[in-house]
Design a protein around this ligand. Structure first.
Ligand SMILES: [Zn+2]
Length: 704
């Protein structure tokens, strides 16, 4: 799949674009490439401990703009690096980890290694990606075999076969939330939501180059501009690759993508699990989605023997199959040629990489400058051999003491959550008992997984960047297809340890807190408990809350899709949700674009609940002793400052607009305003009626 200009996906923060139940994210400072040479010190050593006054703007009243009170000076002075669409805590940590990963790769590249070993694979994968000269020399020849096969497609059966052969394990509906794919459909192998003891293949809509159907169908000026730029981009790519009549072909590609977009489900529909959990038998495809030769499609995808599927977007699957049956074959051939060139464009010649960046990076996200090649190289190795890197990363940067401390915090949060459930008056006793059972069964992973992906079957050839990228995708596909028919492994992780993020896995009743996010300023063993609970504590609380929110209510302790709430519980929760959605609907980052309170509801509930529960856990941790002050700030003030400081971030306008339209996470500035819903925030900062963030007690939405 295509990676964004920043090359990273963010989930507790924001995800690249999907984000259903996704998690949070956060971050540090610009690490210049110049640092590449020296081994970075442990992150904590250089970071300030305690409330970071230098970032704050105490001339602003906390009750008017808490985000700016905590981050105002930084916001005024920080500049988004030219190769970024956004900058903030998460990006800083991501950058730090990227630098560390580059150093690890360099170190092991300098040592002799056994052919076929993980070290050799990492070194060869990276070296091949970095060998621009070899890539330039090859030109577009790596795509030629695919283009020749596409050119030879002469009927719907061959078309179906080709489409099946491009299926990859590139989607994830509920965990890491990757819901777009440039292939015609996306595939996710995960536990069956009706029968969590076994795996099922989930099929998602796909086939679009731009991030969402809105980019094709919405008539706002910015979306119209995106479409204009897209048409020019298609033609430029086809021209670069030497496709005859690029203008005519581009028109056909665009027309077909418009037709595909028209049958796509919306984001809001996609996040509705009940809408997506559709079990289709193999025979159903022929009846319900005619046009595609499904026998050929599934055989080519390696799913020829599979009898049962989950079709997440039935309308889109039906619509796309109809287009396979009736859109002109010439349109399909142009479309497939364009997609074949684009798919691994990052390992094609520089002119192609730059063209892609001009469109996906600059036009769609506002990022002026392509990131350095080594950064993209690190991202590529992380995507292909993430666990192999992760092993090295945690050995150096995640000491056992950190794991022990965070694990203790997780236990404190779980205990605090359990007490909230116990005292929840609106919830029926039977539901409360099930919630407690689910909490007790929760599988929390801290730092890194119990076992690692085995890369033995991934062949890495030095000097073949394109082939390595192709084989890596096929390795992931085979590894995932092999799960079908085997028992479900609840200990599997969906993020690498070096990822700066955290995630809830609803169908596994599990969560991952990668080592990458468990470092300053999110967590620092040297700083006051108030700050740790305000920052990483709220992240942990956020993830726990996902197990018990409107989505979590849909999955029981075993991860079965079974609503364990009574109707009255659900009615109460929905009422609270409606009020919270209205609160966020009122945030207008632009005159023509407001936050979508419904799209972001799950995440906003998790923010409120996570902060509330972490506040409880913090107070439990004090054991009745008054917290020490820091720069005159009380314990409670430090707690809330710690929270708002994790949202320190600024974005370029197109990227912010893209997030609002496509992402389940509210932009950072408004996530910091979560504090409005917590009673304790008001006395802590003497917030009074008339101040901009003030909510009357009845208008605060505590949810839990
Ligand atoms: Zn979340």
């Amino acid at each position: 799949m295509r990676t964004s200009a920043d090359g990273t996906k963010i989930s507790f923060w924001l995800r690249s674009a999907g984000a259903l139940l996704a998690s949070v994210v956060c971050c540090v400072a610009a690490l210049a490439e110049a640092r590449a040479a020296d081994a970075p010190a442990a992150a904590g050593d250089a970071a300030p401990v305690g409330v970071n006054l230098a970032n704050m703007d105490t001339s602003i009243r906390p009750g008017d703009n808490f985000f700016a009170f905590v981050n105002g000076t930084w916001l005024r002075n920080a500049e988004i690096p030219a190769d970024r669409s956004r900058w903030g805590v998460i990006n800083e940590l991501t950058e730090l980890n990227r630098q560390r990963t580059a150093d690890l790769i360099k170190e092991l590249s300098a040592k002799p290694s056994v052919p076929g070993s993980e070290s050799r694979k990492i070194a060869d994968y990276y070296a091949s990606f970095m060998d621009e000269e070899a890539i330039e020399k090859l030109g577009f020849t790596p795509v030629h075999p695919a283009l020749a096969r596409i050119k030879a497609i002469s009927d719907r059966g061959e078309l179906s076969h080709w489409l099946g052969s491009t299926l990859r394990a590139d989607a994830d509906v509920l965990n890491a939330t990757q819901i777009e794919t440039d292939n015609i459909l996306g595939l996710w192998i995960a536990q069956d939501l009706d029968d969590p003891a076994r795996y099922a293949p989930f099929l998602l809509q796909g086939g679009l180059s731009m991030p969402d159907r809105d980019y094709y169908l919405d008539n706002s000026p910015s979306m119209k501009e995106a479409r204009r730029a897209f048409q020019a981009h298609i033609e430029a790519v086809l021209k670069l690759a030497g496709i005859p009549d690029p203008q005519g072909a581009a028109g056909r590609v665009y027309a077909l993508e418009m037709r595909i977009a028209a049958v796509h489900a919306t984001r809001t529909e996609t996040v509705d699990v009940a809408r997506g959990n559709n079990h289709w038998r193999r025979a159903d495809f022929d009846q319900r989605a005619p046009g595609m030769d499904w026998g050929k499609f599934f055989a080519a995808a390696g799913l020829g023997a599979q009898q049962e599927f989950v079709v997440w977007h039935p309308g889109a699957v039906t619509g796309i199959a109809a287009l396979v049956g009736n859109a002109p074959l010439e349109d399909w051939r142009s479309y497939l040629s364009f997609h074949a060139i684009e798919h691994l464009g990052r390992v094609l010649p520089r002119a192609m990489v730059e063209q892609d960046f001009r469109f996906y990076g600059t036009a769609l996200q506002g990022t002026p400058q392509l990131s350095a090649r080594w950064k993209r190289g690190v991202s590529a190795v992380n995507a292909a051999l993430g666990d192999a890197i992760g092993k090295l990363y945690v050995a150096r940067y995640f000491p056992p003491e950190a794991k022990a401390q965070i694990t203790a915090m997780v236990q404190a949060l779980i205990k605090a959550f359990s007490r909230r459930i116990e005292h929840l008056e609106w919830m029926a006793p039977a539901t409360r008992a099930q919630a407690q059972a689910k909490l007790a069964a929760l599988k929390v992973g801290v730092g890194y997984p119990d076992h690692w992906i085995d890369y033995t079957l991934l062949r890495v050839v030095r000097g073949d960047a394109y082939g390595n990228a192709e084989r890596s995708e096929l390795f992931d596909l085979a590894r995932n297809l092999a799960k079908l028919g085997k028992p479900v492994d609840r200990s599997e992780w969906v993020m690498t340890p070096q990822t700066v993020n955290a995630v809830n896995l609803p169908a596994m009743n599990a969560m991952n807190f990668p080592a990458g996010i468990l470092q300053p300023p999110m967590f620092d063993p040297r700083q006051a408990a108030a700050l740790n609970f305000g920052s990483v504590g709220a992240v942990i609380g956020h993830e726990i809350s996902h197990s018990f929110d409107d989505q979590g209510a849909l999955f029981d302790a075993q991860g079965r899709f079974r609503n364990w709430w009574t109707d009255a519980d659900m009615a109460h929760f929905r009422e609270a949700g409606k009020r919270l959605a209205a609160q966020y609907d009122a945030y207008r980052p632009f005159p023509d674009l407001a936050i979508n309170g419904q799209l972001t509801l799950s995440e906003n509930i998790a923010d409120v609940a996570g902060l509330a529960v972490s506040y409880d856990a913090y107070h439990l941790s004090l054991h009745g002793v008054e917290a020490p002050t820091d720069h005159g700030f009380s314990g409670d003030q430090q707690f809330f400052i710690g929270f708002a400081s994790t949202w320190r971030s600024k974005m370029r306008e197109p990227a912010l607009r893209q997030q609002i339209v496509t992402d389940g996470h509210t932009p950072e500035e408004f996530r910091a305003a979560t504090v409005r819903n917590i009673d304790a925030w008001y006395p802590a900062f003497d917030v009074q009626p008339g101040q901009k963030l003030y909510l009357a007690p009845a208008d605060r939405v505590p949810v839990w």
